[in-house]
Design a protein around this ligand. Structure first.
Ligand code: FMN
Length: 206
């Protein structure tokens, strides 16, 4: 089984990456593979609501969104990590995930997820709430930890000194691995996915 992570910082070796590495190292101890997908520093487009999403994802092909969707199809769980910018997630991770979920949301359904945030000082819980909303709209169970999944640090690598933050990451990995193993055991014993009801979107209360 594999967890696909997303680093929403333009810094591939910054604090968000450090927190994700802590999750990943513990996942490996639990027998779960992981990969950190780096959004990087190149421009990331916003969703323009064109509604022309295709089988392979978004119509825009000049950034990593469609590649991420393809990887998501093969993954069994997710961790989305972001630095805190003005008390919210980075703009690039929101643009990236809006398009990934709008055009390729089926790749994430019924697979557990968790979000991780890193800040110098404030805005972690608001950013954590924001990222967790992607899970709720795609029938994704959310893994928790022994605190909200956050760490503190400013310059790259500083988050490693946040002992409780790093412990929270390791416990998150333990819980995510446990959930994934339970789901796998359920699938192997014949428990089917929920029979989701669909219907017309009402848009407003009539
Ligand atoms: C544009 C910008 C806005 C930021 N806003 C906040 C903030 O609201 N609260 C905070 O505690 N830190 C803030 N920071 C600091 C970063 O969250 C912090 O340095 C974090 O460790 C960066 O993670 P990274 O190394 O993965 O990029 C901000 C940094 C930048 C560049």
């Amino acid at each position: 089984m594999k967890v696909l992570m997303l680093n929403g910082s333009c810094k591939p070796n910054g604090n968000t990456n450090r927190a994700l590495l802590e999750v990943g190292a513990q996942l490996e101890k639990e027998g779960i593979e992981y990969e950190i997908y780096q959004i990087g520093g190149k421009p990331v487009r916003d969703c323009i609501g064109c509604g022309k999403c295709t089988e392979s994802g978004c119509v825009f092909t000049d950034d990593g969104v469609n590649e991420f969707i393809a990887k998501a199809k093969a993954a069994d769980g997710f961790v989305f990590g972001t630095p805190v910018y003005y008390a919210h997630p980075s703009g690039r991770i929101l643009s990236f995930l809006d398009r990934a979920f709008y055009s390729g949301g089926g790749a994430f359904e019924f697979k557990p997820g968790a979000s991780v945030t890193v800040a110098r000082r404030g805005g972690n819980t608001a950013s954590f709430d924001c990222l967790n909303k992607y899970f709720g709209i795609r029938q994704m169970p959310v893994a928790g930890s022994t605190y909200w999944n956050m760490a503190h640090g400013r310059v790259p690598g500083e988050a490693e000194m946040d002992e409780e933050g790093m412990r929270t990451m390791r416990n998150l990995a333990r819980n995510l691995a446990w959930m994934m193993k339970c789901f796998e055991a359920g699938k192997n014993s014949g428990i089917a996915l929920p029979d989701t009801e669909s219907g017309e979107m009402t848009n407003f209360i009539r």
